[in-house]
Design a protein. Structure first.
Length: 671
């Protein structure tokens, strides 16, 4: 009869095949323990977690086995430049039934770690012995078992401990010694400490996966960006600016408190199908064209537009920026104008149409005849990929450590994962900002495969509901571990209706939101002058867009918000609560136009209120989380924007904000 179903066995009954039992795994005795749910891990370790230098990597794991034996566990980890594993014992949290350990991340690059565990046979024996002694039971045999455990550990102990363990084993097994002395030795903290140092490699269960953590510079996590066109720095709309002109702009940008100055493409611009002013299909004489139409007879992605100067001039620009505490970010746009040298030398790198022409970029009904996309899966894709990586390496050799990547979601993810990993293996300090205004999963996928930062949909989030939904997700889900959102308040492509219609107060509102909702934010030049005229009603394109012409600006023009930018960037630098992600919480307000949230870290608690209505005065009660912040009935808050101090009481406090004067409060709790 079958022991499972009671059916009569046939003569050909094979229990193993009927029950689908696999062959016995001979390695099973070495896997007595289960190790799972290891953190930090992204998609079960498929992708690396992200942190910054100076952080602590907190490792957690679920570890268990059958029975009641005690366990021990440790993390093994190594830094990017080390070939030797460091070992760190893990602690067990009984309440959470989970194991933990922490190690400092003091070097940028890719760190590796894993978890291993084993049965604590000596600890289990010692725990049982104590219980028996307390119950006044006979422990003579138990002491002999302990002697065997200690003696068996000698072979795996460090030489300086072997004598100590041999003496202990002899004492435990010595029946002529007094029982009390043998018990005291067995339970002594000295023996326990010595045995804690001994691990039998044959009894260790290794977790089946190695995890990675990419550690970046602090600038990858916390920075303020400023975008400028160097060709618009001469002060004359009829005169093309140079890198020398652009250098004279740097002290102003540094004074405003920015960390990164980002330049659109600086390469030669194609002449075929060059776009004219306001994106006209016909360029007039003197029209400079779009910088994103890269490549001309003067060169391609590793050349500089001759109107700007030379590669040496660019290097000097980078050095000057560095002396002012600014880092230069360069645009990395993998596309070509019809005049790019690659079109002639490597036509196989592009998409050929049936009529023998090369396919230009399209987003129907829009056509971009001045740009040819690359075919990343062409027959010669390997050489194309290497050529694209060489572009990065070329500019790294000239002092560039940060790249803003144009439309990465239109290129293969496999390419980005390979390129970023391979180039950061040599240059771990590099930062890559993804300009991918696309579906959320695609944006998050780019962050997983290696992009350091990403543009977001912040520009289109203007209501209380939209902002709460977006930033609750960015700060309070797994995204906080790998997706670093860089909030650009405007770009050369995006002038939102909120800015068009709200005037100067709207610019101040969006500045305050961008600077306090994320550790990373940026503006495109002209924002400080509140430029807000669209090309036509309903368009997000600027009238007389700088993408197609040279601009001349008066940076001190009436109505500028330079003081706001300088003040807010100073507040950001002085308050650690604004330097990190994952510490934002929204709180209730009885007026939806008053967005109320907190940013808190140890000894730095900020309560921020912003009037989202740029046209009208708004007032109402905001609800302070007094219990969570451990506040008494009365407490004081100081507005970092004005220096004013307020005495607040309890959880409900009145706020009134007039956008013509104050668009918000950044209130620091005075403990």
């Amino acid at each position: 009869m079958c022991p499972l179903c009671g059916a009569k066995r046939s003569k050909t009954y094979h229990p193993q095949s009927e029950l689908n039992v696999t062959a016995l795994d001979k390695s099973a005795p070495n896997r007595k323990l289960v190790i799972e749910n290891v953190e930090p891990a992204l998609d079960s370790g498929r992708f690396p977690a992200k942190m910054t230098v100076g952080d602590v990597c907190a490792v957690g794991a679920d570890i268990y086995r059958d029975g009641h034996d005690l366990l021990k566990a440790r993390v093994k980890y190594r830094s990017p430049r080390s070939s030797k594993w460091q070992l760190l014992q893990m602690s067990y949290d009984f309440g959470g039934d989970r194991w933990y350990a922490e190690f400092p991340l003091d070097e940028i690059g890719r760190w590796r770690f894993s978890v291993e565990a084993w049965t604590d046979r000596f600890g289990t024996w010692r725990d049982a012995l104590r219980k028996k002694v307390d119950a006044d039971l006979d422990v003579r045999v138990d002491l002999l078992e302990g002697a065997e455990l200690v003696e068996g550990a000698i072979a795996f102990a460090a030489s300086e401990h072997q004598g100590e363990l041999a003496a202990a084993a002899k004492l435990l097994s010595g029946t002529r010694s007094a029982k009390k002395r043998r018990i005291e030795a067995a339970l002594s903290p000295e023996l326990s400490a010595a045995m804690d140092q001994v691990v039998n490699p044959g009894e260790v269960t290794q977790h089946d996966r190695e995890y990675h953590v990419v550690v970046d510079r602090v600038l990858a996590q916390f920075a303020t960006w400023y975008e400028m066109f160097p060709r618009s720095t001469s002060g004359d709309a009829e005169k093309h600016g140079t890198f020398q002109d652009a250098e004279r702009m740097l002290p102003r940008i540094a004074d405003l408190g920015f960390d990164v100055v980002y330049l659109p493409p600086i390469h030669p611009i194609g002449r075929s199908f060059r776009k004219g002013r306001n994106n006209s299909l016909t360029a007039e004489p003197g029209d400079p064209g779009s910088p994103w139409a890269i490549g001309a007879e003067e060169g391609g992605h590793t050349a500089v537009a001759p109107e700007l100067g030379t590669v040496e001039d660019f290097e000097h620009f980078v050095q000057t920026a560095d002396s002012l505490g600014l880092e230069v970010a360069l645009d990395y746009a993998l596309q070509c104008s019809p005049d790019h040298p690659w079109v002639k030398d490597h036509p196989e790198w592009f998409v050929m149409r049936p009529d023998g022409t090369i396919m230009y970029a399209e987003n129907p009904p829009k056509k971009y005849q001045d740009i040819y996309p690359l075919n990343f899966w062409c027959d010669d894709w390997e050489n194309l990929w290497l050529a694209c990586r060489e572009i990065v390496e070329f500019w790294v050799a000239r002092g560039v450590k940060t790249f803003r990547v144009d439309n990465p979601h239109t290129k293969p993810f496999a390419f980005w994962e390979w390129m970023i990993a391979s180039v950061k293996e040599r240059f771990p300090e590099l930062i890559f900002l993804s300009e991918a205004f696309t579906r959320p999963k695609r944006m998050w996928g780019l962050a997983k495969i290696g992009f350091t930062q990403s543009y977001t949909h912040f520009t289109w989030k203007n209501t209380s509901y939209e902002l709460r939904e977006m930033f609750t997700e960015l700060h309070n889900t797994e995204l906080a571990n790998y997706f670093r959102g860089n909030l650009f308040a405007n770009t050369p492509d995006i002038l939102h209706a909120y800015l068009q219609e709200g005037g100067r107060p709207a610019f101040r509102v969006r500045l305050l939101l961008a600077a306090t909702l994320s550790p990373l934010y940026g503006i495109y030049s002209g924002f400080e002058l509140c430029e807000n005229v669209p090309r036509e009603p309903g368009s997000e394109e600027y009238l007389d867009s700088e993408k197609y012409e040279i601009k001349a600006r008066d940076w001190d023009a009436v109505g500028n918000i330079n003081d706001d930018i300088r003040l807010i960037n100073g507040i950001r630098r002085e308050n650690d609560a604004l330097h990190t992600q994952g510490n934002l919480e929204f709180h209730d307000s009885d007026n939806e136009n008053l967005l109320f949230y907190s940013r808190t870290v140890w000894d730095n608690d900020l309560l921020i209120v912003v009037n989202l209505d740029p046209h009208n005065k708004q007032s109402g009660l905001v609800h302070v989380p007094v219990s969570k912040l451990s506040l008494g009935d009365e407490y004081r808050v100081r507005d970092l924007l004005t220096g004013e101090t307020y005495a607040w009481r309890g959880s409900e406090n009145f706020v009134q904000l007039d956008p013509t004067d104050k668009v918000g409060h950044v209130l620091r709790l005075e403990r």
